[in-house]
Design a protein around this ligand. Structure first.
Ligand code: AMP
Length: 126
């Protein structure tokens, strides 16, 4: 089985209400909360509520409604935080880590929205 979801991961526990979170937005299919260890003045995590491990799993197997909701929530948070360049914001970075090379810590799909300062190089040079 290519995608083996561990329902004991910390975000699964947050989604079940077993661990608190600093909520930013919640919809039918999506939840967003502030990262507990922010790497920038704005550091929000956006998660689908469904049990997906990473970006490729989510986009291969989620319903259209889940994918659309997730994308819209991400855009709404970027707008709400004043980050969108088209609306006078200074920009942002969206990151989705996956697997060993991506150094994914929590095996429940999530995007990081980072902003509020110049974020520097996208990745360190090899
Ligand atoms: P990743 O390496 O992409 O899996 O990132 C996992 C992120 O989850 C890290 O930035 C952590 O700081 C963050 N994190 C871990 N536990 C929590 C928590 N309980 N609440 C909010 N963020 C968390």
């Amino acid at each position: 089985m290519p995608y083996d979801y561990d329902d004991q991961n910390i975000f699964a526990k947050i989604l079940r209400g077993e661990i608190p979170n600093d909520m930013v937005m919640e919809t039918e299919h999506t939840i967003a909360f502030n990262d507990i260890g922010p790497k920038a003045p704005i550091h929000v995590l956006v998660l689908p509520k469904g049990s997906y491990v990473n970006h490729d799993h989510f986009h291969a197997e989620a319903t259209d409604a889940e994918i659309l909701d997730f994308a819209r929530v991400t855009a709404r948070i970027i707008a709400d935080k004043g980050l969108a360049p088209g609306s006078g914001g200074d920009g942002y970075r969206v990151i989705g880590n996956a697997g060993i090379d991506g150094l994914q810590e929590v095996p429940h799909y999530h995007l990081h929205i980072l902003g509020g300062r110049n974020l520097g190089a996208m990745v360190p040079s090899a």
